[in-house]
Design a binder for this molecule. Structure first.
Ligand code: G4P
Length: 189
C-alpha cells in the first residue's frame, strides 16, 4: 500500500535492526483517514472469502480492524490481553509470549462472540514472530470456527512470523513488508 509505505518512510523511525517506531499514525497518535484506506485494502484482498467477523488484539490493532469491519459490513471483536477474573467456562483463554516485549499475557475471548460457523479475519498492527496471531488462531479454532485470513499493517519480513503462519496454511496479507531495518534505514521487500 503506497500511502502507508510513504508514511513509514516520512514519519517512521528505525530505532534498531529490530524495532520500527510509528507512533505518529499507528501506535500512539492514529490517522483515521489512513486507517480508512487500510480498511479498503484489506476488504479488497479478503472480499471473496466469506468472512463473517474481524478479530483483532488490543490495542493498536483496533483502529485498522474497525475500519476493515466497517468496509466489509461485518462485526468486529477485540481479543483482550488480560486474564478473565471469572473463569466460569464463559471464555476461551490462551497464553501468548511476546519476544519483542519479553512478556507473557493471557489472550481472552468471550464465547458469546464466536460460533463454529464463523470465518474469521484476524487483523493486527505488527507481525514479528507471529505469536499474537497464533494465539488468536488457537482461540478461534478452539471455538470450532475457521481462520480465513490474517491481515497485517506492517510485517517485519526479516522475522519469522510470516513463515510460521504460512507453514500453518494461513493466508497472510500485509500492507507493508519490511526487509531490513537499521538506525536511519528502512527498506521494503
Ligand atoms: P508477534 O505477535 O508477531 O510475535 O509480535 P511480538 O509479540 O514480538 O510483538 C509484541 C508487541 O510489540 C505488539 O504490540 C507489537 O505490535 C509490537 N511490536 C513488535 N514489533 C514492533 C515494531 O517494530 N515496532 C512497534 N512499534 N511495535 C512492535 P502490543 O504489545 O500488542 O501492543 P499494542 O501497541 O498493540 O498495545
Amino acid at each position: 500500500m503506497k500511502l502507508l509505505k510513504d508514511r513509514i518512510l516520512s514519519e517512521g523511525r528505525a530505532l534498531s535492526k529490530e524495532v520500527l517506531k510509528v507512533d505518529s499514525f499507528l501506535n500512539h497518535a492514529v490517522d483515521p483517514e489512513l486507517m480508512y484506506e487500510m480498511g479498503k485494502c484489506f476488504k479488497e484482498y479478503f472480499s471473496n472469502k466469506g468472512i463473517t467477523k474481524v478479530f483483532t488484539i488490543e490495542s493498536s490493532g483496533i483502529a485498522p480492524a474497525v475500519m476493515t469491519a466497517l468496509q466489509m459490513n461485518i462485526p468486529m471483536v477485540t481479543l483482550k490481553k488480560q486474564k478473565s477474573k471469572i473463569l466460569n467456562g464463559d471464555v476461551y483463554q490462551t497464553t501468548v509470549h511476546s519476544f519483542t516485549k519479553g512478556t507473557d499475557y493471557e489472550l481472552t475471548l468471550s464465547k458469546r462472540f464466536i460460533n463454529e460457523d464463523d470465518k474469521i479475519l484476524i487483523i493486527d498492527d505488527f507481525l514479528a514472530n507471529g505469536e499474537a496471531a497464533q494465539g488468536a488462531a488457537r482461540l478461534i479454532e478452539e471455538a470450532g470456527a475457521k481462520v480465513s485470513g490474517i491481515g497485517i499493517v506492517i510485517e517485519k519480513s526479516f522475522q519469522p512470523g510470516r513463515g510460521i503462519l504460512e507453514g500453518k496454511k494461513y493466508d497472510v496479507y500485509s500492507l507493508a513488508r519490511i526487509k531490513r531495518l537499521d538506525e536511519g534505514l528502512i527498506e521494503f521487500v
